[in-house]
Design a protein around this ligand. Structure first.
Ligand code: FAD
Length: 615
């Protein structure tokens, strides 16, 4: 029998990131997946990053993860979303060449020391009581591990729907994972059904591009990874078109034939990624919806029409697609479909994504009720780090709401659960002025270096950058100017006679104008990237100080751990309702307990005093 410290089941975005993170921690890791060739596959849209999601990618990158590096290698259209808004809510995104992305991930996995990829279907776990100690493959072979991370995505009892046709599948062309789903029943975990959908894929050579507006890549690209400055692949444009009244009529007339609306699907779909059927029903007064025509690769004519996912029958898909400007003669290469799958209520997980009540079992990705590559990869990072930490006898690696979007997501999932597929938004983070995509490395890479999961090249690059930022910031803070002097330089500052530091004055610039700042502050050597970063910090410094103080308060509550065996039954004065909720959710910290619906300050004080009396 083979032995590993950590076994990761599933080679999607969660699995690849989990396995790589575990291996970077120094754990001997196996990645078990149905198809080696499927590592790094994008099941749906060919894009990485975006609003909120770009923050997650940067945070994964800060831990030396795969997604940002692979996205930069495969990126064919880099755009910074929300460019006109403040840096805190801007989201780096790139459209990716599917094949390049896959091969970038496969190269990174192959080059990762401590990591072995094994092809096969996991059909069961080896258990000794509540300890999970290995995986059983379909051929009967067994692999032992100290910790297992399950990342089976949309495969557990996956059912694909096109109109009234149902087929079993994990995603198109791939078998579902049924035996493992059956075996997991014995774990008696709360479980439900969710669904997601994908649009038809179009043959780009049959699109009338001349009739379409084009959206181009940014002239000055913003990369996903802190390691990169420039795209590596050729940059291309996307077409933009829109649905019209006729498209909507076709969809409306055929609604009953859609798997979703014909009553064939029981799972709940992602509200923020609605199908064309959902759009027509939910936004009935809208006469048109934008459709982005995104090429799937540089040497591939397949086009992904972003905005029209569907589970209508194939012939209806052809009719509505051809009603759209520029797509009048378009050929569909693969019809859109909806997929329904099992997920587990993430409230059964701890902050390290370990399954409560079991030793050595972690869950990450779509099976925890999320949707999206970035959400999956970020959970993979958390579960991979923690599975390795457990296997190596090290302390848990925790992400909090005050440190990262990853912490926000994990906390949302484990304390609130999901009623629909969860995706990240900047609005989910209370402290978004301090949790920016641009400072993810400053926030997290020191922790990652301390854990020993950052490669030498990244460590050196990060430390050089941190040294430059600290040096120039302190020099800018030492120089002071009167409001008069600053006005003379063209700064819009209140004429209050007060002296301001050069660092504070930076925030008055609309953009980090190299020339003005360098002339004014006389720092000819300061690299432009350093100036741009200090400008962002200056922009938010007042608010950030306030948020940091609030975050400190929350952190104190997050640090107050509630023991896993805490007995709520013996707490006098706790209402029956709250006792039941606390016993069911088993919050790991006082902060999490505070977020349980209906929780009162008085109840929190009771829990707190009990913990203190036990210390
Ligand atoms: P997956 O990427 O699904 O990977 C699961 C992995 O587990 C696969 O490698 C599989 O081979 C492996 N596996 C499964 N069972 C076993 C087993 N028993 N043994 C060994 N290996 C196993 N996201 C969006 O953000 N927006 C969308 O609009 C969107 N639409 C989607 C539409 C469709 C049809 C699909 C399929 C997905 C869609 N997604 C969308 C979701 C996105 O693809 C997922 O969120 C993301 O891929 C989840 O990553 P994951 O690693 O959790 O799982």
């Amino acid at each position: 029998m083979k032995h590993f410290d950590v076994v990761v089941v599933g080679g999607g975005h969660a699995g690849c990131e989990a396995a790589a993170a575990s291996a970077r921690m120094g754990a001997k890791t196996a990645l078990l997946t149905l198809q080696k060739a499927g590592l790094g596959m994008m099941s749906c849209n060919p894009a990485i990053g975006g609003l909120g999601k770009g923050h997650l990618v940067r945070e994964i990158d800060a831990f030396d993860g795969l997604m940002g590096v692979a996205g930069d290698k495969a990126g064919i259209q880099f755009r910074l979303l929300n460019r006109s808004k403040g840096p805190a809510v801007q989201g780096p995104r790139t459209q990716a060449d599917r094949k390049l992305y896959k091969s970038a991930i496969q190269d990174l996995i192959a080059a990762q020391p401590n990591l072995t990829v094994i092809e096969g279907e996991v059909v069961d776990f080896i258990r000794h009581g509540q300890a999970v100690t290995g995986a059983v493959l379909a051929d009967g072979s067994e692999i032992q591990a100290r910790a297992i991370v399950l990342t089976a995505g949309t495969f557990l009892n996956g059912v694909i729907h096109v109109g009234d046709k149902r087929t079993s599948g994990g995603r198109v062309g791939e078998l579902p994972s049924i035996r493992l789903a059956d075996r997991l029943v014995a774990f008696n975990l709360p479980r439900g059904r969710l669904k997601t959908g994908t649009p038809p894929r179009l043959d780009g050579s049959t699109i009338n591009w001349a009739h379409l507006e084009l959206q181009h890549a940014d002239e000055q690209p913003t990369m996903l990874s802190f390691l990169n400055d420039q795209p590596q692949a050729r940059q291309i444009g996307c077409g933009i078109t829109e649905t019209n009244q006729r498209t909507h009529d076709i969809v409306r007339e055929n609604l009953e034939r859609s798997a979703m609306y014909g009553g064939h699907v029981v799972g709940v779909g992602p509200r923020y990624c609605p199908s064309i059927e959902d759009k027509i029903v939910r936004f009935a007064d809208k006469t048109s919806h934008q459709v982005f025509l995104e090429p799937e690769g540089l040497d591939d004519t397949t086009v992904y029409p972003n905005g029209i996912s569907t589970s209508l029958p194939a012939e209806v898909q052809t009719a509505y697609v051809r009603s759209i400007r520029g797509l009048e003669n378009t050929v569909i290469l693969q019809p859109g479909y909806a997929i329904e799958y099992d997920f587990f209520d993430p409230r059964c997980l701890t902050p390290s994504l370990a399954v409560k009540g079991f030793d050595g079992l972690f869950f990450a990705g779509q099976i925890n009720g999320t949707t999206g590559y970035e959400e999956a990869a970020a959970q993979g990072l958390v579960a991979g780090l923690n599975a390795a930490a457990m296997a190596l006898g090290r302390a848990e690696v925790l992400f909090t709401r005050t440190s990262s979007y990853i912490g926000v997501m994990v906390d949302d999932l484990i304390s609130r659960g999901v009623t629909e597929p969860y995706r990240m938004f900047t609005s989910r983070a209370e402290y978004r002025l301090i949790l920016r995509a641009d400072n993810a490395d400053q926030r997290l890479t020191p922790q990652a270096i301390a854990l020993g999961c950052v490669g030498e090249a990244r460590r050196r690059r990060f430390e050089e950058k941190a040294e430059l930022l600290a040096r120039y910031k302190s020099e800018l803070e030492e120089k002071t100017y009167t409001s008069n002097q600053l006005a003379g330089f063209g700064f819009k500052v209140r004429q209050d006679g007060a002296r301001r530091t050069a660092f504070g004055a930076l925030s008055q610039l609309d953009t980090p104008y190299q020339e003005v700042a360098l002339r004014l502050f006389d720092f000819p050597q300061m690299p432009e990237a350093v100036l741009a970063q200090l400008w962002r910090e200056s922009l938010y410094s007042n608010y950030a100080d306030r948020q940091s103080a609030e975050a400190e308060n929350l952190k104190r509550d997050e640090d107050l751990r509630i023991p896993a065996d805490f007995d709520y039954a013996v707490l006098p004065g706790l209402s029956g309702e709250l006792r039941a909720k606390l016993t069911q959710h088993r919050p790991s910290t006082i902060a999490q307990a505070g977020r349980i619906e209906g929780m009162t300050p008085a109840a929190l004080v009771l829990v707190l005093s009990r913990i203190r009396s036990r210390q």
